[in-house]
Design a protein around this ligand. Structure first.
Ligand code: ADP
Ligand code: MG
Length: 276
């Protein structure tokens, strides 16, 4: 990588007023000395204390650390849900650390897909309609035919094409999380963010969901996932451990697990129990 990024000329007056600019970069994410201080009444909470990270396209990263170490705070900034108090953040080469609420919403819709622990599906609507939802907010107009096609394709990607007409209460937890992943993918984001995506799932279903993430990552999607379970983090490629709002370790996953292999082992073990 070039040491000093070359600046592209600022094109519009609006862009110049916003003082945000674009650099040539090989990274999806570049965080430089990011801080977040929550000012709540009398005490300030310094939740993130100088995090610098580069994440390249195609990476699959687990962010770990004990409760209160700053994982969600960091993810909220990466996801443009919140702004750092200090430091710079380039997303796809665009300086997003200074953008206002509306500009951040637009960036989120364009570039980022979110998956949460609690699935956050609309209960009275079908899987298909849930997946179509983000396209209703897309400022690039998507025709209703294209919406249907893209939602169907997303559901197919997560292995749920045959459940498109089901409502959340007709689906298992793992299937609901797959719908949520399909919804996160439907605007073709450059980045998928997941905060404790397996937190509400049993261990076998968790492996199935990691299998979905591995398949998507193999297809080129960059994924950042918060988890506190080492078993789950071992399916990723890179593990970052936070402590007290700082990066404690940042390492390649040496003994990486493959979800398909692990699920096969589980099924064989279950068969063996049945036969015994
Ligand atoms: P984690 O996700 O690793 O459990 P968080 O990022 O949620 O950690 O929290 C980091 C620290 O920041 C904690 O001390 C937490 O209490 C504090 N914190 C988180 N969100 C807020 C907020 N909105 N206002 C004030 N303090 C917060
Ligand atoms: Mg958290």
């Amino acid at each position: 990588m070039r040491k000093t990024p070359r600046l592209r000329p600022i094109r519009s007056a609006a862009a110049s007023r916003a003082t945000n600019f674009t650099v040539q970069t090989n990274f999806v994410i570049q965080l430089a000395d990011i801080h977040k201080i929550y000012r709540t009444g009398e005490v300030d909470v310094h939740a993130v204390r100088g995090v610098s990270l580069d994440i390249a396209p195609g990476e699959f990263v687990a962010i770990m650390g004990s409760s209160g170490s700053g994982k969600s705070t960091l993810m909220n900034m990466i996801g443009c849900l919140d702004r750092p108090t200090n430091g710079s953040y380039f997303l796809d080469g665009l300086d997003v650390s200074t953008l206002d609420r509306d500009a951040r919403a637009k960036i989120r819709n364009d570039k980022i897909g979110f998956v949460f622990q609690g699935f956050n599906l609309l209960s009275r609507t079908t899987a298909q309609e849930n997946v179509e939802m983000p396209m209703l907010y897309n400022h690039h107009r998507v025709s209703s035919t294209e919406q249907k096609e893209r939602a169907a394709k997303s559901l197919e990607l997560v292995g749920l094409a045959d459940r498109a007409d089901h409502k959340p209460n007709q689906l298992s937890g793992g299937q609901q999380q797959r719908v949520a992943i399909a919804r996160a993918l439907v605007n073709q984001p450059s980045l998928l963010l997941a905060d404790e995506p397996t937190g509400n799932l049993d261990s076998q279903t968790s492996i199935e969901i990691m299998g979905v993430f591995q398949k998507l990552n193999d297809a080129g999607i960059t994924i950042i996932m918060v988890t506190h379970e080492l078993d789950v983090a071992r399916y990723t490629k890179r593990m970052i451990i936070l402590r007290d709002g700082k990066v404690l370790t940042d390492e390649k996953v040496a003994d990486r697990l493959n979800a398909e292999v692990e699920l096969k082992k589980l099924r064989q073990a279950q068969e063996a129990v049945k036969l015994a």
